[in-house]
Design a protein. Structure first.
Ligand SMILES: Nc1ncnc2c1ncn2[C@@H]1O[C@H](COP(=O)(O)OP(=O)(O)OP(=O)(O)O)[C@@H](O)[C@H]1O
Ligand SMILES: [Mg+2]
Length: 294
């Protein structure tokens, strides 16, 4: 893997007095097949999300590809979380929320009345901004999802599932001797990895992450990013982040959203991450990633 540090300078326009330099480290994943050649997991067709009469997200048509990390960036309030939650029907939990348009998951309309939202959320897991372990032991945090889903195996099989999930979330070594300790007693970064283990335990295909590192220090953040890169071998990841460096470092593809005068968020552009950060097609993207807006 070839890590390239690109330095962007922009002082071109006369009205910009101050010279800004933005350091963006992007990772060139040389051997990956082009995005178009990959299996499509999500196909959004003119998706709009409403809260009552307020349209929070407008006409988004994008595709999310398998085993890739897709980052969603954009200014606060532009609808990133709303969009992310539409991927696993988490918005259903808000009474006033509804969608127009389509979210196809492997070609199946997720909002078809015949679809069970609980099963949707098992296949498409979610990790939130604030680590939110249950007030239970580390072991029970991980075992909870499989139990609810009807896990019928013996104790030894559950032990194995718990260990495997904690290993995949790169936290096993730190907790293996204290599985009976409360999950809430771990550090913030450990709690977030525990939440990732909990999400993985039900064997989802997709992991949605909404600013998973915003409550973490830089070292814990790098750990989660490293973990994401390992996880993408087996999972498809969509991450919302405010951290431009994180999007640049960790993702394969980036979607930039902004909002119009009506405050509805819309897609400005979506492109391979390196391209979006080094030669954005749209002036709005350039303004945002160079810090002139948002
Ligand atoms: N439960 C809700 N009820 C009503 N309006 C909501 C609800 N959740 C979000 N909104 C509105 O929808 C718009 C998009 O919100 P959303 O949380 O998706 O933005 P965001 O891009 O994730 O912002 P941030 O970066 O601050 O997390 C905002 O105008 C917000 O006020
Ligand atoms: Mg948000």
């Amino acid at each position: 893997m070839n890590v390239e540090l690109k330095e962007r300078t922009e002082a071109g326009t006369q009205d910009v007095k101050e010279r800004r330099v933005v350091h963006v480290a992007t990772v060139d994943r040389g051997d990956d097949p082009p995005t178009d050649a990959r299996e499509v997991v999500f196909d959004l067709q003119e998706l709009s999300c409403y809260y009552g009469s307020f349209r929070a997200v407008r006409d988004i048509s994008i595709q999310i590809h398998r085993n890739q990390i897709t980052a969603i960036i954009g200014p606060s309030g532009c609808g990133k979380s709303t969009l992310l939650r539409s991927f696993n029907r988490m918005n259903d939990l808000v009474d006033s929320a509804r969608v127009e348009g389509k979210v196809l998951y492997h070609g199946v309309d997720l909002y078809d009345p015949a679809i069970d939202p609980v099963e949707v959320r098992r296949r498409i897991g979610m990790v939130f901004q604030k680590p939110n372990p249950f007030p239970k032991s580390i072991y029970d945090n991980v075992a909870f999802g499989p139990k609810v889903a009807g896990f019928k195996g013996r104790k030894a099989e559950m032990d194995e599932l718990v260990e495997r999930s904690l290993r995949k979330a790169a936290i096993w070594d730190e907790v293996k001797d204290k599985l009976d300790t409360m999950g809430t007693a771990l550090s913030g970064g450990q709690q977030q990895r525990l939440c990732i283990a909990r999400a993985i335990a039900v064997e989802p295909e997709v992991i949605l992450m909404d600013e998973p590192c915003s409550a973490l220090d830089p070292i814990a953040t790098l750990k989660i990013e490293e973990l994401m890169r390992e996880l993408k071998e087996n999972y498809t990841i969509v991450i919302v982040t405010h951290n431009m460096q994180q999007a640049a470092r960790a993702s394969d593809v980036t979607a930039f959203l902004t909002m119009g005068d009506d405050r509805a968020g819309y897609l400005v552009e979506m492109a391979p991450t390196q391209q979006l950060f080094t030669s954005p097609a749209n002036r709005l993207t350039e303004d945002y990633i160079t810090g002139r807006f948002g």
